[in-house]
Design a binder for this molecule. Structure first.
Ligand code: EPS
Length: 404
């Protein structure tokens, strides 16, 4: 089992990730991790903070000469804005009068966190619930992404909609369509979506979305949206139906749902499959050049909670950011009276960033299942186990059923 833990407050000194369970001899560089961090920071509609920060991870342990050692890996991302928060976020008790926040924002973790942890300052809720934490996740998950790429597995994403604006070209349909599914490439999807300021695949849609974000900004409002994550090159056999903790679809859903502000997850056709006939949902099985193929991929690459060998397709929905410049009604905890919510520096839209974070979470989940199945102390051991399985897959099945 690979594991990671993140630590750090949004306006503290920085963020830390500790990653364990990776095999030795995996090639990785700080530059590779920083490329992913840069992708997380992009997107039209982000707040001022993204201009202040230029997230870079420093590897503190677990890597030598660009190769993992098999020992715990630790990473540090410095918060450039820390120098402006040393008083407000001081570790030791300060005599200075640091403003205490008593007005919770509806939709954020402000009120529930304060009630649950018995805080006397909402700042304590704000700091750790912030999506800034995802920078540490993206850094940690870069190791998973790198491991998967050794075996030809790539993870990509694009934004399907922001503020209800969809593309006229139904890209989602093509993801499930037979002729396209085999030639899908996560890398190719990223090479297109990385170029768009809102991670979409259609320039007309991009223009409309930018106008809608401008409108949201003008109104002091925020927007959410939907995104797709696609993993290609995944072998058949990751995950299992034998118990609930081994189910690949369940773990993928959990990992996406764990991202701040995500409110919905689907695998393959998801909710739409509930409205169709069975014949319009299930993917017919064919045989081509000693490989089992499917005519369609409506299952999104998972059957019986096990990967089918077709692209894994996950769709997520993010709610609008809960910090509004035109505030909603709330209660001031210091007076218990009705008041307008506080304004706090924030993003207007973060769906493009959310898609990159979701890629990272999918990569982590897949790497975890991959290593459970093909586990080894070094990347060479993992490769041997993988090749042994992959090369024998068809012959083994044929042998099992021959002579019947
Ligand atoms: C950030 C995500 C958002 C930003 C944050 C940086 O966090 P939250 O979930 O709290 O809205 O608002 O920036 C700030 C907290 C700030 O001071 O601007 C990120 O992804 O790095």
């Amino acid at each position: 089992m690979i594991k990671y833990v993140t630590a750090g407050e949004s306006h503290g000194k920085g963020l830390i990730s500790v990653v364990s369970g990776f095999p030795s001899n995996l090639n990785i560089s700080e530059e590779f991790i920083n490329e992913q961090l840069k992708r997380r920071q992009a997107g039209y509609g982000r707040g001022l903070r993204m201009k202040i920060e230029s997230d870079t991870a420093e590897i503190i342990s677990g890597v030598r000469f660009n190769k993992t050692l098999g020992s715990p890996i630790s990473l540090f991302i410095k918060n450039s804005d820390w120098e402006n928060w040393t008083d407000k976020m001081s570790v030791s008790e300060k005599n200075s009068d640091v403003e205490k926040i008593s007005i919770p924002r509806p939709g954020h973790a402000d009120l529930v966190g304060t009630l649950k942890y018995n805080y006397d300052d909402i700042r304590n809720s704000i700091e750790r619930s912030s999506a800034r934490e995802t920078a540490a996740r993206v850094a940690a998950c870069s190791f998973a992404r790198k491991l998967l790429s050794v075996f030809g597995i790539e993870v990509g994403s694009y934004v399907e909609s922001i503020g209800g604006i969809f593309s006229k070209n139904n890209f989602a349909d093509k993801l499930f369509d037979s002729k396209k599914v085999d030639s899908l490439s996560a890398e190719r999807i990223n090479s297109q979506s990385d170029k768009s300021s809102v991670r979409v695949l259609d320039s007309q849609q991009e223009k409309k979305i930018i106008n809608k974000i401008k409108l949201a900004k003008k109104r002091g409002d925020t927007l959410g949206g939907t995104f797709f994550v696609i993993a290609t090159g995944v072998p058949v056999g990751l995950g299992s139906f034998v118990d609930y903790e081994s189910r690949l679809d369940a773990e993928l859903s959990r990992s996406i749902m764990s991202i701040q502000a995500v409110k919905g997850v689907e695998i393959g056709l998801g909710f739409e499959s509930s409205q169709r006939f069975g014949s319009e949902v299930h993917d017919e099985i064919t045989l081509m050049e000693k490989q089992f193929k499917r005519k369609t991929n409506r299952a999104g690459g998972i059957e019986g909670s096990i990967s089918t060998g077709l692209p894994i397709i996950v769709r997520g929905a993010m709610k609008p950011i809960s910090t509004l410049m035109s505030p909603l009604e709330t209660i001031d905890l210091s007076t218990m009276k009705k008041i307008e919510s506080r304004r706090e520096r924030s993003d207007f839209v973060a769906v493009p960033a959310c898609a990159v974070i979701a890629e990272s979470m999918v990569a982590w989940t897949l790497a975890n299942f991959f290593l459970q199945k093909f586990s080894g102390d070094s990347i060479e051991d993992v490769r041997n186990n993988y090749m042994n399985y992959k090369d024998k897959l068809f012959g083994r099945t044929k042998q099992n059923f021959s002579g019947r």
